[in-house]
Design a protein around this ligand. Sequence first.
Ligand SMILES: *Cc1c(COP(=O)(O)O)cnc(C)c1O
Length: 210
Amino acid sequence: MTIAEALTAIRKTVPPHVVLVAVSKKVDADRLQAALDAGQRVFGENYVQEAAAKWPDLRTTHPDLRLHLIGHLQSNKADEAVRLFDRIDTLDRPKLAHALAASMKKQGRRLPLLIEVNIGREAQKSGCLPEDAPGLLALARGELGLDIEGIMAIPPADADPAPHFRALVKLADDLNLPVRSIGMSADYETAIACGATEVRVGSALFGARS
Ligand SMILES: *Cc1c(COP(=O)(O)O)cnc(C)c1O
């Protein structure tokens, strides 16, 4: 299957109100170009360094593309992330909120953000605990004046994702946050059924990562 064919097949299952984010970590330039040629415009990258190498040139030729940071962000990379991305989906702690606010102020650039929630309470995963999301939102939006659009999460790999997706949608409802970025290649249709407004699809579009 070509990337254009995969994209068409995925698009058939994603309703118009749900944003399809193409996750392009470890995807080479030819495959990125194929996705762009097929009309894909929203992309997710995990690493600041990798995005810096891949995207600035493509942005000149495709000024309408949107780049989301979906990987863990160290505070000392906040400046570079604010310069490179259109939205940062992985705000998960007060220190990073302060660093992003300072970078945006310095650059005179305002980016929307998502709060990443560790919905499965997994020790190895980033994301704030669900009960810490209201406090982080209050700090980021209230005290620092940041633009928080929604939540992002990756449920535990070895469990039925549906209950986690429903808990995340409930949390977003309670916090009045409209964007819910909650589904990947294996479970995006379940996520949409549970109330996702965005899905992040990598391998189903670009093939298995090496
Ligand atoms: C890699 C990644 C994805 C995409 O995963 P696939 O299973 O390849 O669709 C989505 N979200 C995040 C945060 C990722 O790191």
